[in-house]
Design a protein. Sequence first.
Length: 198
Amino acid sequence: MAAHPPFRQRRRPRPGSLDRPVNSRMYRGTWLLVGIPLLISAFTVSHPRPLRAPTLQPDFDGATAALTARAFVNTNPDRVPGTPGAANATSWVSQRFAQYGLRTQRERFHAKIPGRGTVELENLLAFREGRSNQIIVVVAHRDNSGASPGANDNGSGTAALLELARSYAKPPAPPQPPEPNHTILFLSTDGGAYRKSG
């Protein structure tokens, strides 16, 4: 009688081998590491409440800027560069800067104006010193072509410049507001209505 061959016990392939490339224990462990924090965050996330409205008034007051624009163009309707009206407009803006306690400076120069030839122009600079000597420049031209009072070109820009300057005013008596991080230059230019485009 022939003997049966010895029984060969079938062994399970080793994890990570070609026969068994996926290690199920590793996947179960990974899902525990990732899944538990996801479940916790899903039950703890809530919608944030809306921010409360600011209690402080904005530094830039649009109504005041509109009144300033009206007063500027009504007082100085003719601001053609090189004319007495332009000089009056420069003095008007300079007085406002002085009321805000800003150090002012005038710069005169000559430029060719179409139809008027070479004209003396005058820029007006007002400084609000800050903690840094780096300068932020805010610019608006104050002249017009003489065709109209120029409320939009550029009485509105001049008024906005003055209103921004007012928000950085230095009152003569304490308490003094904190200095801005940068020095701010408010620049009121002349000849902007005749600037060549392009």
